[in-house]
Design a protein. Structure first.
Length: 367
C-alpha cells in the first residue's frame, strides 16, 4: 500500500471514525482503524463491535493498493499536528506504516486487516428517507432523556417508531420522557419499533449536517444502517421491548401554566445553585399569576425565585428535579412553554405554548 493524500482530505473522516473507536479495548485490533486503498479511493473503518462507521475519501496519488489497520488515535493525532494543506506520503513496508510530510517522519505499528471484525450482513426489513437537518433536530430534542447505564438496558437508548405516515423518537430514563414526531410517508403496513443504543445515537448525530440532503435509514432484524454520501454508519439495535410510552403521558390535566421559556429556565438555573447537590430537588408553588421556586440544601442555605406566569386556579405545590426542568426548557424551540398539571402526585406535561411535535414529561419528586 502506498499513496499520497492532503492532510485536510483525511482529517474529517478520520476524526469522525476515531469517535467510534473505544480507548480501552479487550481486542487490540479494535483500537485500530482499517485502511483500504483501491484505485484512488481510500476507505476508513472504525468499530467497537456495537457501532461501525465507514468513511471514504479520495487520495491525490495512488501508487499501490492494499489494506492494513493502524492505531486510530495516534494516526488522528499525527494528522492533526501537521500544518493545514500539508501533503502526506503514506507507505506500508515490513508491517509498519511510514508517514512522511515535509521534514516530519512517523512509523506506526500495524495489525493485519484480516484480524479486523466486520458487521455481519443481514436482510433488510424496512427503509426510510429523512432530511439530515430534520433527523439531527429530532435527536437533539430527545436524546437528553436517555438513561445512562440503567439495569433496564432497553432504556439506555432511543426508540425509533415508524408508522405509515410518521417517524417518532422517544427516550426515557424512568423519571422523565422526551418525544417528538415528524410526518413522513413510507410503504409500511404495520408500525415498527426499534431501539438504537446510546452510543449509536451519539455517533449518528455527529454524522448529520444541517446542510446535508436526505439520509437513508435501513433497519434489519439486529442492525440499523444509515448512508450519507461519504459515510456508512451501522449500529446494533438493542434487543428488548421499550415501555409503552402512551401509558406515561399524563391525561386529564386540568391545570395549565403558560410562562416565558427563557425567564423560567434562568429562574430554575439560579435556584438550582442552592439545591441539594445529590437530589437536585426544588419546590414549585403555583398561585394566581405567579410561580414561586424554592430550593434549599443540608447547609440550610435557601433560594427563592418568583416568576410571573399565566395561571388561574387553586394554589398547588409540587417538587421536581430541577435539572430535568432546565433540560426541557433549554430544548424547547418556542418563546413560551405550556405546563399541564393535575395534582401534586402526577407528572407534568411540558410542550410549546401552541402545541407542536415535541412533548416532554417530568415526574414529580417527594420533598
Amino acid at each position: 500500500m502506498q499513496f499520497q493524500i492532503s492532510r485536510d482530505a483525511l482529517l474529517k473522516p478520520l476524526s469522525l471514525i476515531s469517535g467510534v473507536v473505544e480507548r480501552r479495548q479487550t481486542l487490540p485490533v479494535l483500537a485500530n482503524v482499517l485502511l483500504v486503498l483501491k484505485d484512488k479511493e481510500l476507505c476508513l473503518t472504525g468499530t467497537d463491535l456495537e457501532v461501525e462507521l465507514i468513511g471514504k475519501t479520495e487520495v491525490d496519488q495512488a501508487y499501490q493498493s492494499g489494506e492494513v489497520t493502524v492505531p486510530a488515535r495516534k494516526l488522528l493525532d499525527i494528522f492533526k499536528s501537521l500544518g493545514e494543506g500539508a501533503m502526506v506520503d503514506v507507505a506500508l513496508a515490513e508491517n509498519k506504516l511510514m508517514i512522511k510530510s515535509g521534514r516530519s517522519r512517523f512509523t506506526l505499528a500495524t495489525l493485519a486487516a484480516s484480524e479486523f471484525p466486520s458487521v455481519e450482513e443481514e436482510p433488510d426489513t424496512f427503509s426510510l428517507s429523512v432530511g439530515q437537518a430534520e433527523l439531527r433536530k429530532l435527536l437533539d430534542n430527545t436524546s437528553f432523556a436517555m438513561a445512562q447505564q440503567d439495569v433496564r438496558y432497553y432504556l439506555n437508548g432511543m426508540l425509533f417508531e415508524v408508522g405509515k405516515s410518521y417517524l417518532r423518537l422517544v427516550s426515557t430514563d424512568g423519571h422523565r420522557l422526551a418525544m417528538e414526531t415528524v410526518n413522513l410517508s413510507n410503504e409500511l403496513v404495520e408500525t415498527q419499533q426499534q431501539i438504537l443504543p446510546r452510543k449509536g445515537v451519539v455517533e449518528l448525530s455527529r454524522l448529520l449536517s444541517d446542510e446535508g440532503g436526505e439520509i437513508m435509514l435501513t433497519f434489519g432484524q439486529n442492525h440499523i444502517r444509515a448512508e450519507v454520501p461519504e459515510f456508512t454508519f451501522t449500529s446494533k439495535l438493542v434487543d428488548g421491548k421499550f415501555p409503552d410510552y402512551n401509558r406515561v403521558l399524563p391525561k386529564g390535566g386540568n391545570k395549565s401554566v403558560i410562562g416565558d421559556c427563557q425567564e423560567l429556565r434562568q429562574a430554575f438555573a439560579r435556584a438550582s445553585i442552592l439545591s441539594n447537590e445529590k437530589y437536585r430537588g426544588v419546590r414549585v408553588v403555583l398561585r394566581e399569576g405567579e410561580m414561586t421556586i424554592l430550593a434549599n440544601n443540608p447547609d440550610q442555605e435557601e433560594a427563592e425565585e418568583v416568576v410571573a406566569v399565566e395561571y388561574s386556579g387553586e394554589p398547588i405545590e409540587m417538587g421536581f428535579n430541577v435539572s430535568y426542568l432546565i433540560d426541557v426548557l433549554s430544548t424547547l424551540r418556542s418563546k413560551k412553554v405550556r405546563i399541564t398539571l393535575s395534582d401534586p402526585g402526577s407528572s407534568a406535561l411540558l410542550e410549546a405554548e401552541k402545541g407542536g411535535d415535541a412533548l416532554y414529561v417530568v415526574m414529580p419528586m417527594r420533598l
